[in-house]
Design a binder for this molecule. Structure first.
Ligand SMILES: [Zn+2]
Length: 791
């Protein structure tokens, strides 16, 4: 009896005693960050699961699946005692996050008891591969090192580590890297997006939440944990600073609490100091990155700091060697060749390895976590204080969204999106939605509902416009076509606003976003659909004088130049149930297009890029449409097909279809990417619309305008405008063009055409001088895009 007890106790201990924590090198079979080594996602997941089995300082959870179905994981790392009571710490965070529920007296002991919660996220941009490697190695260190420094981190912090925000991309880039290793294309970027739909724009999704990875991160981590710090790890081009750390450049979004801005400055400079103390050079602060658009960050509107580091890139996992004269001559905010207060020790060339990136990142991570630990008390107090200041907001009192809208589907979508970001929405007596500002995330709601006044920011006094890091406008009511009012006086409301059901029944108004989904569903099920020739409204039953509309056979052009606009278009078509076929250069050049398709869509892309494509890639991915493609597109339209050109691709139509339109705006290429080399520091002084909402008049007699009112705002991103006698469905007004964001050179486009419907032979070319399907947001102009596909 006794012996059996002893035996079972021994077995119990044997089973529960953690095995030795496996080193990354023993598991992956090579030193982490060795030249030309990359990691498969299933191996990364396997390693984290192994860590969870062998240490009581870590928990690993699968939060859900990615766009392509891979596991999306997060690791929670803290002292074992903390890990045993995570529910308690989640409760503390929730209480401090909402000062309406927690008095200052109640908050006081929570400041002592709570921990600093840090969400650290890696490799959202998959070619920026280092941080997933750093995650593996740094997790191992946190679990195994026993130093006073490490103990402070484990005692006072809770680290939530996401080894990749884009696991699909880890494999996309790893597979491409292996395929090209040892060839002339070693270290190149893949010729397709590194996220199924949105590529690099996966980091522009943090207020519309369109992709599964974004939604999992917000709903399962941010909204549960309310982290005090969110640190997102990136890489940039390789020919200037080795590492960027905040402070940020101007401008900063005015609804972000200044306490958070100051704390970002504090944490950033502490991380920079740690790098310098460790002997690392090339550390830039206060450069390149501004803090304007909420599309890149969620937490600064949710009482948390956003930290960002951008490391110089190698060539994926291959080293890059730079001579002194290859160092960039310009960068925003600092001179890469000169010593200055915010770039004290310039890096002036040498060989740069993946391992170097990891070394710098580990120092930055460690400094972040250590400072989070030693400043725990004030970070928690200020977190609570930011919430107090949010709920004290009184100007405006709030926003009212009337119940009776042109587009009930888009209205529901807008309100659900706000609610996903933890905005509380009440119900007015007349069924309107009421959003009072006296709530913890009122600044978030305000930023998304108001018009942006971007400063007239110049590179130097009298100089050209300084390039914003991303776009300048994010006004959801304009993008989605939802009537919204700011109110200065309190409005009575009760309970919680709840969405009504989507439109149902035989009559489907063209103005309602939901109608388009219903129409596509009907087509997919083999039913007929009729359309009112005067209003464009749909009916699922035959009606006198209405037109029987057929499901269009759609082709979507995909270039071998990875194109985010193509990805967003694909995403949109799938969301609304449009069937389509992806076509490449060869398909266009060699097949009889008109026999197969009714409509061919060419997404936003610069003309030269459409014509010539890429050069330094394996042969099957080089070249563009070429003369043969241009002839084929023209023949397609002449034979009755519809060509739809988006934004800058419209210039291709003017060049190759002989359309009688003169472009009045300067020709623009697409903006650079972080890891894609040098970005321009300025825009054209003559005309500049770097992601802005502009007012336009619509010719509502045109079938392209079915369901759209006469005055709308359109998304302009250095978009072309035209002087033309061709039928113009949208025109800019003669004055007062800017609706939200920033516009330089209004007179260039005033009165000019922004949407052309041009006959070509028996078919037509539709030129959108805008992005009508902008980043899953522009519900108002989605309808003009959809009309182009089926009319
Ligand atoms: Zn990046």
């Amino acid at each position: 009896m006794k012996l059996r007890h002893l035996l079972s106790a021994a077995a119990f201990f044997a089973a529960s005693l953690p095995a030795a924590v496996p080193t990354p090198e023993s598991y992956f079979g090579h030193p982490i960050g060795a030249d030309r080594t990359v990691m498969d996602w299933d191996k990364v997941v396997g390693y984290f699961n192994l860590l969870a089995k062998s240490s009581n300082r870590i928990r690993v959870e699968e939060l859900g699946k990615t766009a392509e179905g891979r596991p999306f994981i997060a690791a929670t790392i803290a002292d074992p005692l903390t890990l045993r009571h995570l529910d308690r710490y989640i409760a503390i965070q929730g209480r401090l996050a909402d000062p309406r529920k927690t008095t200052p007296a109640e908050a006081e002991p929570l400041f002592s008891e709570g921990k600093t919660v840090i969400l650290l996220t890696c490799s959202i941009h998959a070619t920026e591969i280092a941080s997933t490697h750093t995650a593996v190695e740094y997790a191992y260190r946190l679990l195994t090192e026993d130093t006073p420094h490490n103990r402070a981190i484990l005692r006072d912090d809770i680290l939530i580590l996401v080894p990749s925000l884009n696991p699909d991309g880890v494999d996309i880039v790893t597979q491409w890297y292996r395929k090209t290793l040892g060839t002339p294309y070693e270290g190149s970027n893949p010729p397709w997006l590194y996220h199924k739909y949105v590529g690099h724009d996966n980091n522009r999704d943090w207020y519309i939440f369109s992709q599964p990875e974004t939604r999992l991160t917000i709903s399962r981590l941010h909204n549960v944990w309310h982290p005090q710090i969110v640190y997102d790890v990136h890489q940039m081009g390789g020919n200037a600073a080795r590492l960027f750390v905040p402070p940020w450049l101007d401008p900063s979004e005015p609804n972000i609490d200044p306490i958070l801005m100051q704390e970002m400055n504090m944490m950033g400079t502490a991380m920079a100091a740690a790098e310098t103390a460790a002997g690392k050079t090339g550390i830039a602060i206060h450069g390149v990155y501004d803090f304007w658009t909420p599309s890149r960050h969620y937490q600064a509107f949710h009482a948390g700091l956003r930290l960002l580091t951008e490391s110089a890139s190698a060539r994926i996992a291959s080293p890059a060697t730079l001579s002194a004269d290859q160092i960039a001559r310009t960068a925003l905010g600092y001179d890469p060749r000169e010593r200055s207060w915010n770039y004290l020790e310039p890096w002036l060339g040498g060989t740069w390895h993946l391992r170097d990136i990891i070394d710098y990142q580990e120092i930055a991570w460690d400094a972040c976590l250590y400072n989070a630990a030693i400043h725990r008390d004030e970070l928690l107090r200020n977190f609570y204080k930011v919430g107090q200041r949010q709920i004290a907001r009184s100007d405006p009192w709030g926003f009212v969204i009337p119940a009776n809208q042109r587009d009930p589907g888009a209205t529901r979508k807008m309100l659900e999106t706000l609610r996903f970001g933890q905005v509380e929405i009440g119900r007015g007596a007349d069924g309107s939605a009421v959003i009072p500002m006296q709530q913890p995330y009122s600044g978030w709601a305000k930023a998304l509902l108001e018009r942006q006044a971007y400063p007239n920011d110049r590179l130097y006094p009298g100089g050209p416009p300084k390039r914003p890091y991303d776009v300048t406008a994010n006004t959801l009511p304009l993008l989605m076509g939802v009537e919204t009012h700011a109110v200065s006086q309190p409005v009575a409301f009760s309970g919680v606003w709840e969405p009504g059901p989507p439109a149902a029944g035989p009559l489907l108004p063209a103005a309602d976003t939901d109608s388009w989904i219903a129409v596509n569903k009907a087509w997919a099920a083999g039913h007929s659909v009729w359309r009112d020739p005067s209003t464009g409204d749909f009916s699922l039953a035959a009606r006198e004088g209405w037109k029987d509309v057929k499901r269009p056979r759609l082709a979507l052009y995909q270039s071998w130049t990875a194109n985010m606009d193509e990805g967003w278009t694909r995403w949109l078509l799938e969301q609304f149930g449009f069937a389509y076929t992806t076509v490449h250069n060869k398909d266009i050049q060699t097949s009889s297009l008109r026999e197969k398709y009714d409509v061919l869509i060419v997404p936003d892309q610069a003309v030269a890029s459409l014509e010539n494509g890429m050069r330094n890639l394996p042969e099957e991915y080089t070249g563009g449409l070429g003369p043969q493609g241009a002839d084929a597109l023209k023949a397609f339209a002449e034979a009755g097909g519809t060509l739809v050109f988006l934004n800058n691709a419209s210039e291709y139509a003017i060049a190759h279809l002989g359309l009688a339109a003169r472009t009045v705006t300067p020709r623009a290429g697409r903006g650079g990417e972080e890891a894609g080399g040098e970005r321009p520091t300025s825009g054209s002084s003559e005309f500049y619309s770097p992601g802005s909402l502009l007012n336009a008049h619509i010719d509502t007699r045109s079938p392209l305008a079915y369901g759209v009112p006469a005055d709308i705002a359109i998304w302009s991103e250095q978009s072309p405008a035209w002087d033309t006698q061709l039928p113009a469905v949208a025109r800019y007004p003669d004055s007062g063009v800017l609706a939200s964001g920033w516009l330089v050179g209004e007179r260039v486009i005033a009165g000019k055409a922004a949407l052309i419907d041009a006959p070509v032979g028996r078919g037509r070319a539709i030129l959108f001088g805008m992005r009508p399907q902008y980043r899953a947001q522009s519900y108002l102009t989605f309808k003009m895009f959809f009309n182009a596909l089926i009319e």
